[in-house]
Design a binder for this molecule. Structure first.
Ligand code: G3H
Ligand code: 13P
Ligand code: ZN
Ligand code: NA
Length: 281
């Protein structure tokens, strides 16, 4: 069943687990994530980045998710990850996405609030959930190296949520996108303070590369949505490479995409168990 992120994140927050949000890049990854959700009885979020929706149209991802959901009963949300403003958000809403992110976290505080409020204004009336980001989660090419001065400030977060009316908030507490070079320094004390001060579900970006214990610590201290992109990309791509190492005498692409799909499903199941979402659907 297609649901909003609000529907499933509120339940996660109240019940002390987190929902996995997986970035998908193709049909096989959609199938793998939906099969993993069905098998474990997990609510799940499927998300596409701004770059991913340049690779194929949002209508295409929406159609793949809708088709996959015809065969199962688990609640699944389709979310625009790291949207950059009202234009992209509007396109996602028109395509049928149930949730959008506006990431204006690189802008000054006031401008971030303004851009976030604008997206809330167009999404809320049509029942689409909105995630925003405050603080600096780095790790993407071109991102500066942020220290703890880039971490989300509690007083700013309170004002931000109150004034924008956003449904969930991505916080910067020491994670980074992509693989980690060195140990991530997670500020769990700050996460607890954010949880205590805020009503909305909190989102962790950059979960690929964290240990299982790190993820559990984040959930126990207030995170309700965990974003995984890189680890699923690695799983898919490494499986394809492995397949080409094992077999060369074939012409059917289904051979290697099917092999990679199985591997992505295994990783998704493992992450769902780490997040404690199994059996919560
Ligand atoms: O945060 C999103 C993921 O890291 C994917 O982003 O599609 O721009 O590489 P990308
Ligand atoms: P990773 O690539 O580190 O898993 O980060 C994913 C993410 O935050 C997507 O928004
Ligand atoms: Zn992210
Ligand atoms: Na990461």
């Amino acid at each position: 069943t297609l649901v909003t992120t609000n529907d499933i994140l509120r339940h996660a927050k109240e019940n002390g687990y987190a929902v996995c949000a997986f970035n998908i890049e193709n049909m096989e990854m959609v199938q793998a994530v939906v099969a993993a959700a069905e098998e474990t009885g997990s609510p799940v979020i499927i998300q596409t980045s701004a770059n991913t929706v340049k690779y194929a149209a949002m209508d295409m991802y929406m159609a793949m998710v809708s088709a996959a959901l015809k065969q199962v009963n688990v609640p699944v949300a389709l979310h625009l990850d790291h949207g950059d403003g009202t234009g992209l958000a509007q396109r996602a809403i028109r395509a049928g996405y149930t949730s959008v992110m506006i990431d204006a976290s690189k802008q000054p505080f006031e401008e971030n609030m303004k851009q976030t409020a604008a997206v809330v204004q167009l999404a809320k009336p049509v029942g689409v959930s909105v995630e925003a980001e405050l603080g600096n989660v780095g790790g993407k090419p071109g991102d500066p190296e942020y220290g703890s001065d880039g971490y989300t400030k509690v007083d700013e977060a309170v004002a931000f949520v109150e004034q924008t009316g956003v449904d969930s908030l991505a916080v910067a507490i020491g994670t980074a996108h992509g693989v980690y070079h060195g140990e991530p320094m997670l500020d769990l004390e700050r996460l607890r303070a954010l949880r205590d001060a805020l009503d909305v579900p909190l989102v962790l970006h950059g979960a690929s590369g964290l240990t299982e214990q790190d993820v559990k610590n984040c959930i126990n201290n207030g995170i309700s949505k965990i974003n995984y992109a890189t680890e699923l990309r690695i799983a898919f791509t490494e499986a394809v490479k492995e397949y080409f190492g094992l077999e060369q005498d074939f012409v059917d692409p289904k051979k290697f995409t099917g092999y990679a799909r199985d591997r992505v499903k295994e990783v998704a199941i493992e992450k769902m168990r780490t997040c404690g979402s199994h059996g919560q659907a």
